[in-house]
Each structure stands twice: as structure tokens, then as C-alpha cells.
Ligand binder design. Structure first.
Ligand code: HEM
Length: 236
């Protein structure tokens, strides 16, 4: 097989790796803003979700480019199998394996979103939670394997990304857990039954959800208590 190597492939691998991490960060932050309905009615949730989806697609394109470039550069022995099967690379076995795990998690999140209409909403939601793990793996992978990882500018970018994602986690958990959990069936954030509607009612826009919407909502005002006299009459 012809050896294909060039410094430009190496530069491309490094550049696309960093850009991928930044885009992954932006995708996750936007996803958190969508999930927590930030801005209420002032910010269009549909538009925000569209931006979230578009940037996630651009992020996938950059990651694909990053992986293709590292595989075709024969200077480092990384085979096609190493793209999806962890611990099969002869070059930097552990750091590359962590990158492979990040990619596998990202593919799981993406494929589940493509087939969102065909799978249970709770399953889709659970798989979507893996994006946090995907980010952690990608950040560790970049830090361990990157040529630029220990340069000041690269460390600043990585720390910036980690700070933004950590802030998103804190926002998701502490600021509006009730509201967020109420929309996410089986979300790890949902603590009480009141904030956990059944799976069918959380499928927004479906026939089931429309039918169940009124029943799953808590009444705005509490039902009036029966008069004291009536309560007394009912006692044995
Ligand atoms: C979600 C998926 C991935 C992301 C976000 C990602 C991101 C990154 C980042 C940020 C770097 C550091 C670049 C630098 O500072 O020089 C990097 C380096 C690297 N990545 Fe990935 N990566 C991913 C998946 C993969 C996979 C699946 C492979 C291989 C099969 C891979 C192979 C490499 C290699 C070989 C380097 C070292 C490049 C160098 O010499 O600097 N990555 N990656």
C-alpha cells in the first residue's frame, strides 16, 4: 500500500481536533439552553433547537474530517478499525481509545436522533444524556494525545470548553431541575413523581402527548377542600 503522509495532514488533524472540541462544547451548551427553556417565550425554543442541531451536524463533519485525516496519514499507525473499536490502535493506544469512545458515544447520540420518531422517547432521552460523557472523553483524549495540548493557547481553549460545559451541568442540575425534569421522561434529574410525567405525555406533539397533556399537568389552583360539615359526615 502507498504511504501517504504530509505535514499538512498532521496540521489538519490537530486543527480539526481543536475545532471539534469547541463545536462539541457549543452544541452541549445550546442543548442545555433548549432543555431548560432558557429565556421563556422571549427566546424562540424552536429556533434555538435548530441552531443546536445545525451546530451538532457541523461538529460531526469536523470530527469525521479529524478521524479521516489521522487514519490516512501513514506516519502514525492508526487503522480504520481503531475509529470505532477502542484499544486497537498501535499508536498511543489509551489516548486514541478514549477518542474512539468519544466518537462511539457521539454516533449513538446522532443515530438515536435520526431515528427519534421510531424509538421510545425515554430511550432517546437516556442516549442523549451520553453527550456529557462524550464531551469528557473528547476533552481527556485531546489533552492526552494532542501535540498542541500543552501549549498555553490550547490549554486556555480546553479550560474554556470545560468551564462552559461544567457551568451547563450546574445550570441543568441546580437552576431549573423541576422544569427540565418535567419534560424529560426518566431524566436523572427528576426526583419526585410530580415532576415526572409518563413517557407518553412527554412526547411533545404526538397524538399520545396531546391526548395526555391535560391529564399530566398539575392543576394551577388546588382543588377546594370539602366543607368541614361534609368531612364530619363522612367519618364513621
Ligand atoms: C468526538 C471525537 C473526537 C474529538 C472531539 C477529538 C478531538 C481531538 C483534540 C482536541 C485533539 C488535540 C489536538 C491538538 O491539540 O493537537 C485530538 C488529537 C488527536 N486525535 Fe482526536 N478527537 C476525537 C476522536 C478521535 C478518534 C476516533 C481518533 C482516531 C481514531 C482520533 C485521533 C487523534 C490523534 C491521533 C490525535 C493527535 C494529533 C496530534 O498529533 O496532535 N481522535 N483529537
Amino acid at each position: 500500500m502507498t504511504a501517504l503522509t504530509s505535514p499538512y495532514l498532521w496540521y489538519s488533524a490537530r486543527a480539526t481536533g481543536i475545532v471539534s472540541l469547541v463545536l462539541l462544547t457549543v452544541t452541549i451548551v445550546l442543548g442545555t439552553l433548549v432543555a431548560t427553556r432558557v429565556g421563556g417565550n422571549a427566546v424562540g425554543r424552536f429556533e434555538l433547537n435548530e441552531v443546536h442541531r445545525s451546530i451538532s451536524m457541523i461538529s460531526i463533519a469536523f470530527i469525521a474530517f479529524h478521524v479521516v485525516v489521522t487514519v490516512i496519514d501513514s506516519f502514525v499507525p492508526i487503522g480504520v478499525l481503531s475509529v470505532v473499536v477502542p484499544f486497537t490502535s498501535r499508536y498511543q493506544r489509551l489516548p486514541v481509545a478514549i477518542g474512539t469512545i468519544a466518537l462511539d458515544l457521539m454516533l449513538a447520540v446522532w443515530i438515536s436522533s435520526v431515528f427519534k420518531e421510531r424509538i421510545k422517547h425515554s430511550s432517546w432521552r437516556f442516549i442523549h444524556w451520553l453527550s456529557w460523557l462524550c464531551f469528557v472523553s473528547a476533552a481527556v483524549h485531546g489533552f492526552l494525545s494532542g501535540t498542541d495540548a500543552h501549549r498555553m493557547w490550547s490549554e486556555l481553549v480546553t479550560v474554556g470548553c470545560i468551564t462552559l460545559v461544567a457551568a451547563s451541568v450546574v445550570w441543568r442540575i441546580s437552576m431549573r431541575p423541576e422544569r427540565a425534569a418535567g419534560r424529560t421522561a426518566h431524566s436523572p434529574l427528576s426526583s419526585g413523581r410530580a415532576s415526572r410525567p409518563d413517557a407518553a405525555s412527554s412526547r411533545v406533539g404526538t397524538k399520545d402527548s396531546n391526548a395526555n397533556r391535560s391529564s399530566s399537568r398539575r392543576p394551577l389552583t388546588p382543588e377546594p377542600a370539602p366543607p368541614r360539615a361534609a368531612q364530619r359526615e363522612r367519618r364513621p
